[in-house]
Ligand binder design. Structure first.
Ligand code: 3AM
Length: 185
């Protein structure tokens, strides 16, 4: 199965993020329900490795934390935007969580890309990168009233590729602070 690990967002934040959408020809906006903050992408993983992984992930305990949205941005750069996202203010607990998730993944023998964790929430992917068409998205400011994101768990998701796009199904959630209450989704 194709897996990734992410932080889920509450509906009010998904709705607020949805309001950042603008009309960009050829943009594929992530459906609201599937917007998430990726901690690690695992790719294809067999059942026994997935079982090992859930064991490793359940050992991760740390305090919950709050994230604030910083502003819009894009990958790979503003001249050829392919992925449009919203970024997060630096938060050491988020980096610590991503590092611990990464270590758990590597401990299960699942290879990871080497590039450093760059916290972002993907909102759209562009088939035809256009700096001009993406400009109005990138110029949007995140105002102070934008709701913060309280993080108290992370989730192992399955991603099924379908002709209509990827379908995400939560497999198991892992509570950050409280030991022993990890739930099957
Ligand atoms: O949150 P973002 O968009 O950065 O792009 C996919 C998404 O990350 C990424 O995994 C997250 C959950 O789907 N992803 C999908 N296929 C990938 C791949 N082959 C990938 N990341 C790296 N390699």
């Amino acid at each position: 199965m194709r897996l990734f690990i992410a932080i889920e967002l509450p509906d009010d934040i998904k709705k607020a993020l949805g309001r950042l959408r603008i009309d960009i020809p050829g943009a594929r906006w992530v459906v609201l329900e599937q917007i998430h903050l990726t901690l690690a992408f695992l790719g294809e993983v067999d059942e026994s490795t997935a079982a090992l992984l859930t064991g490793e992930l359940s050992h991760i305990h740390m305090p919950g934390f709050k994230l604030r949205f910083s502003g819009t941005g894009c990958f790979p750069d503003r001249r050829r935007p392919r992925v449009l996202w919203i970024g997060l203010e630096p938060e050491p607990f988020l980096n610590a969580l991503a590092a611990r998730v990464q270590a758990a993944v590597l401990a299960c023998g699942i290879p990871q890309e080497e590039h450093p964790f760059s916290p972002h929430i993907t909102l759209a992917r562009l088939k035809l990168p256009s700096a001009r068409e993406s400009g109005p998205f990138l110029e949007q400011q995140i105002n102070r009233n934008f709701p913060p994101l309280s993080v108290h768990e992370f989730i192992l998701f399955q991603s099924k590729l379908t002709p209509q796009g990827a379908l995400h199904t939560p497999i198991q959630s892992f509570s950050l602070a409280v030991a022993g209450v990890n739930g099957q989704c």
